[in-house]
Design a protein around this ligand. Sequence first.
Ligand code: FPP
Length: 253
Amino acid sequence: MGLSLPLEDFPTLVLDPARLPRHVAIVMDGNGRWATRRGLSRLEGHRRGKDSARTVIEVARELGIPYLTLFAFSNENWQRPIAEVSFLMALLRRYLMTETKRLCKRGIKLIILGDQAKLPHAVRMVLDEATRLTAANTDMTLALALSYGGRQEIVQAVKSIARAAASGELDPEQINEALIASRLHTGHLPDPDLLIRTSGELRLSNFLLYQLAYTELYFTETLWPDFGEREFLRAVVAYQTRERRFGAVRSSD
Ligand code: FPP
């Protein structure tokens, strides 16, 4: 039986629990604009953005989506004013300190994608603790992309493969798509089925460049702090209207 949704865009559609995306990835964009449009500081936008992240994690877990990846801080975000970077790092640290217990209660495992060496020591400490405490959870995997860049991720994968080939541990003939995927930060996570980007920007912004090859893209004008349960469900319903062919033709053609 489907879950009925009171969505004005899809009045006749229901969410089909049998065809949920296995992996949803989200570019949480528009916190700054949300705040400045209200005469608030950008930092207030990030604070509200953290609440949207918490809501979406809960809804994904309720629905039974096994993998959720959130782009929380990009490699390029280090170029923002120091006050904003410090605020985001503190927000993240507080979020992890207060939410790890809840993640455990919900059976959610936390993993981190990105160059953790660049993160402040205090953030790395809570990340280590949170990933350790949630490591045995199996109901859902939450991947936080932090200090993450898709091209940088590919470069480090290429380096690790080149090193293995140079040392004779790997025959270059063995290099295939699966081997490259296994050397990315996402390791053995399935590729995202659905990518959501908020705030009306139509870009990938260096996010999961290798992994998004066949992902369905969903863009919404909604700014991230306004993105809640209804918006998330709307994106999943839209995904279920898509026909995924992975480059092949429809069986009826
Ligand atoms: C993009 O909005 C958002 C970010 C750079 C940070 C995302 C962080 C959060 C949502 C909060 C922390 C998350 C967790 C999981 C605790 P922007 O500042 O680029 O917005 P703009 O394009 O309107 O300026």
